[in-house]
Design a protein around this ligand. Structure first.
Ligand code: NOJ
Length: 553
């Protein structure tokens, strides 16, 4: 059995992977059809975005039945077959557990609405303020107020996300027991991994108060002390009983200190946190819906800070650039036009060799980029449409608002997987739910035949399995002031050998002076995205556009 540090996880967005029944939406049988492809990468686990019963208002993060598969994705028999067949291929299934909220179509919410007091206690129902205004001034993360009318009762229910995603009241032990039962249900089906959606917001204070700014507001419901208690209880009642199960908690604006506490093995909470600080370095003053170049030094400081402190504190983190909530990193931090292969492989190198568990989001391994959409009608996501409306209201022209949405929309990475260069990218035979673009150049068929990104990922995955420096090593930052190169070292307690990782983040050549202990050192190249042997270092190293060089010595 591989250790946590040796594993690599693939994230698969079922709605966009492969449509086997020709309805324009990906499905479980489609995934079964593509197992041979998945096997080639040799990942340990696949995290699947939700495919439970859902009205799909937030693409499945609005679950109306936790123990059923949505018919659009398939049946329970399909799921069981998927678990078996992936198991035979040596790949475990990691499921998405969306336990902070459920759909307002869920029977719990419906019964609550019908007046059942038992289920009314499942949700945060509150009276308006004496002046008739909402219980608090909190904002939903998708825009608009975080409270919606609870039928005609005069009360309001809390929804931190879409109004159709009602927050569950974890203070109620019955809620926690029902949710634990959900986790056990899937564990019994052979699931080997659990990804918990927005887990650090499950412990809202029961006394709701107004906030004066967004940071203060987040603090009122994020990382509160009781979250740790709830997670410990969940651990003991479910996955903690099976050492094989890998757990990851998505935690948007968490702190390093909390992340250490969430993941230190002796605290028995979760294996790792999945946080997004490094993906906010192209936000203008913290505002996602803006368009500014990414701040490399900020990115670097964040990586170094998290890597260092998590290492020192014994915490563990997920390493990733892409996911279903982010535009493609290659478009954002690389150069998809002139250096797609170089910048794609450089970005992969930069994070795969850090301390933590790497995630590859489907399509990343073939160098997918943001789609070339031309109108808001091409987008489906509620968040994108809300943002567009808000930008217009704030005075942006249609063109500006569109350009901003185009650069940040979550749909960017939700487009269908490009299997071949056909009209629907080999994803479907009918018009898909989101339109693919650029499949003429970027597709699996091309990549496997002539590309070099996919096999670069294969090598990175293999290296993590075989090199203890990568899977277990400590982290130390290098060249901290260099504004073009991200460099770091990994070393084991015996300090015998070290790994040096150099990544040029820009499309120009640059030369760096090596730290003393690497100057004149005999080295062995482990992986690089440019050909050329390196066996002996001088005092300096020159890196070509988006070059990554990894040596052991
Ligand atoms: C995080 C998920 O990744 C995102 O897609 C979803 O919209 C929110 N949580 C709400 O569940």
């Amino acid at each position: 059995m591989s250790t946590l540090g040796q594993k690599v996880i693939y994230q698969l967005y079922p709605k966009s992977f492969y449509d086997s029944n020709h309805d324009g939406i990906g499905d479980l049988r489609g995934i079964i059809d593509k197992i041979d492809y998945l096997k080639k990468l040799h990942v340990d686990l696949i995290w699947f975005n939700p495919f439970y019963k859902s009205p799909l208002n937030d693409n499945g993060y609005d679950i109306s039945n936790y123990k059923e598969i949505d018919p659009r994705f398939g049946t329970m028999a399909d799921f069981e077959e998927l678990v078996d067949k992936l198991g035979e291929a040596g790949i475990g299934v990691m499921l998405d557990m969306v336990l902070n909220h459920c759909s307002t179509e869920h029977e719990w919410f419906q019964k609550a609405l019908a007046g059942d007091p038992y289920y009314q206690k499942f949700f945060y129902l509150r009276d308006p303020k004496p002046d008739g205004s909402l219980p608090t001034n909190w904002q939903s993360k998708f825009g608009g107020p975080a409270w919606a009318k609870f039928g005609d009762t005069g009360k309001y229910y809390l929804h931190l996300y879409d109004p159709t995603q009602a927050d569950l009241d974890w203070h109620n032990p019955d809620v926690r027991h029902h949710l634990q039962d959900v986790v056990r249900f899937w564990e019994k089906k052979g699931v080997k991994g659990l990804r918990f959606d927005v887990l650090n917001v499950i412990g809202k204070d029961e006394h709701f108060v107004d906030s004066t700014n967004i940071e203060e507001e987040k603090a009122l419901y994020t990382d509160t002390p009781i979250v740790h208690q709830f997670i410990k209880e969940l651990n003991q009642a479910t996955f903690g009983r099976d050492p094989e199960i890998v757990t990851v908690a998505e935690m948007s604006s968490t702190s390093i200190e909390n992340s250490i506490e969430y993941t230190r093995p002796n605290d028995h909470e979760v294996d790792m946190v999945f946080s997004f600080h490094h993906l906010k370095v192209d936000y203008d003053h913290g505002e996602k819906w803006s368009q500014v170049p990414f701040d490399f030094m900020k990115l670097k400081r964040l990586f170094f800070d998290w890597q260092n402190k998590m290492d020192q504190g014994g915490g563990w983190q997920a390493l990733f650039w892409n996911n279903h909530d982010q535009p493609w990193a290659l478009t954002r931090f690389g150069d998809p036009v002139n250096y797609r292969v170089e910048s794609g492989t450089m970005l992969a190198t930069a994070i795969h060799l850090m301390r933590g568990t790497p995630y590859i989001y489907m399509g990343e391994e073939i160098g997918m980029i943001d789609p070339a959409y031309h109108s808001m009608a091409d987008y489906v996501d509620v968040e994108a449409h809300n943002a567009y409306e808000r930008l217009i209201q704030e005075g942006h022209s249609e063109q500006e608002a569109f350009a901003i949405v185009h650069s940040k929309a979550r749909d960017n990475s939700r487009t269908p997987m490009h299997w071949d260069d056909s009209e629907y990218a080999g994803f479907s035979t009918v018009n898909p739910w989101l339109i693919p673009t650029d499949q003429r150049q970027i597709n699996v068929e091309n990549e496997l035949a002539h590309g070099s990104i996919f096999n670069y990922y294969q090598r990175l995955i293999e290296l993590r399995r075989t090199e203890q420096l990568i899977s277990e090593g400590h982290f130390s930052p290098l060249l901290e002031d260099d504004d073009q190169v991200l460099a770091y070292e990994r070393y084991l307690a015996d300090q015998a050998e070290r790994l040096l990782v150099l990544n040029n983040f820009y499309g120009t050549t640059t030369t760096v002076t090596l730290p003393d202990h690497w100057q004149g050192r005999a080295v062995h190249k482990l992986i690089a995205n440019y050909e050329e042997e390196v066996t002996l270092f001088g005092d300096q190293v020159t890196l070509r556009p988006y070059e990554s060089l990894v040596v052991k010595g």
